[in-house]
Design a protein around this ligand. Structure first.
Ligand code: NDP
Length: 252
């Protein structure tokens, strides 16, 4: 691995890193030499992800909707690994409901999981990221940060918020050497999209037809963007929201 993307000696926390896109992001960081701590609510999935990552990877059982859990996750990383250089806020969920039928419970779950947790984790991680001298925040948004969708009211609101949160953090913390960027995945084959494909059998082929690259994305497609944004090569890149979508959002 070229020195430009060398993350040796750096420690990364990846929420929702026990599968899907989060595991792809974690793999990119680990391949560049970072020590990766992944989180998820499911201990079995966590153990499998640690085995897949190999090396000195660690896992924490954390529910990001739990305020104390977010603080505890950062404290545990510092206790176990001694530092925190890279925070990847990836954990997310979707509850698809039309706006006229949306429930308060669903709204709260989606907003807390996808957006409020990011603020809490960033707030808790700030002192360590500042002390790092090259702190990195990578927030997982969505193409639904850009587009609207009839079944994506709470999800889209949360993901739009991710981009604005990211921009504000970038402005606030650039003087501390911390960069904050969002990634905007397109259609990626993960557990999250299995339900959507089940409910809409035409979805699989329509995504392929609409995506200029002509395929669904895979978690492994996120290794490179994680390595780049976390590296010294991206020191002057902050406040951005980068689509990783095979061109889906470029098509008018
Ligand atoms: P997965 O369902 O495969 O992964 C979701 C991850 O988040 C899991 O690791 C899960 O772990 C974790 N998670 C969910 N809820 C919580 C919670 N309350 N506390 C802690 N961890 C939680 O989905 P994806 O990989 O697809 O999604 C990852 C991110 O990518 C999300 O933010 C999603 O919005 C975004 N995204 C995905 C797209 C896609 O097409 N797949 C498109 C655009 C954005 P566990 O179950 O163990 O808690």
């Amino acid at each position: 691995m070229t020195a430009l993307f060398d993350l040796s000696g750096r420690v990364a926390l990846v929420t929702g890193g026990n599968g899907g896109i989060g595991l792809g992001l974690a793999q990119g960081l680990a391949e560049c030499g970072a020590r990766v701590v992944i989180t998820g609510r499911n201990a079995e999935k966590n153990a499998a992800a640690v085995a897949a990552l190999g090396g000195d990877a660690l896992a924490l059982v954390v529910d990001v909707t739990d305020r104390a859990g977010c603080d505890r996750a950062v404290a545990e990383v510092l206790r176990l690994a001694g530092r925190l250089d890279i925070l990847v806020n990836n954990a997310g969920t979707n509850i698809r409901q039309p706006p006229e039928a949306i429930t308060d419970e669903a709204w709260d779950t989606v907003l807390n999981t996808n957006l409020t947790s990011m603020m809490r984790l960033c707030r808790a991680a700030y002192p360590a990221l500042k002390a790092s001298g090259h702190g990195r925040v990578i927030n997982n948004g969505s193409m639904m940060s850009i587009f609207g969708g009839p079944q994506h009211v709470s999800y889209g609101a949360s993901k739009g918020g991710v981009v604005q949160l990211t921009k504000s953090l970038a402005v606030a913390w650039s003087g501390d050497g911390i960069t904050c960027n969002a990634i905007l995945p397109g259609w990626i084959e993960t557990e999250l999209t299995v339900g959507a494909q089940r409910d809409n059998p035409a979805l699989h082929d329509s995504v392929i037809a609409r995506t200029p690259a002509g395929v669904w994305g895979k978690p492994a497609d996120f290794r490179g963007i994680a390595a780049f944004l976390a590296s010294d090569a991206a020191a002057f890149v902050t406040g951005t929201a980068i689509p990783v979508d095979g061109g889906y959002s470029a098509r008018g």
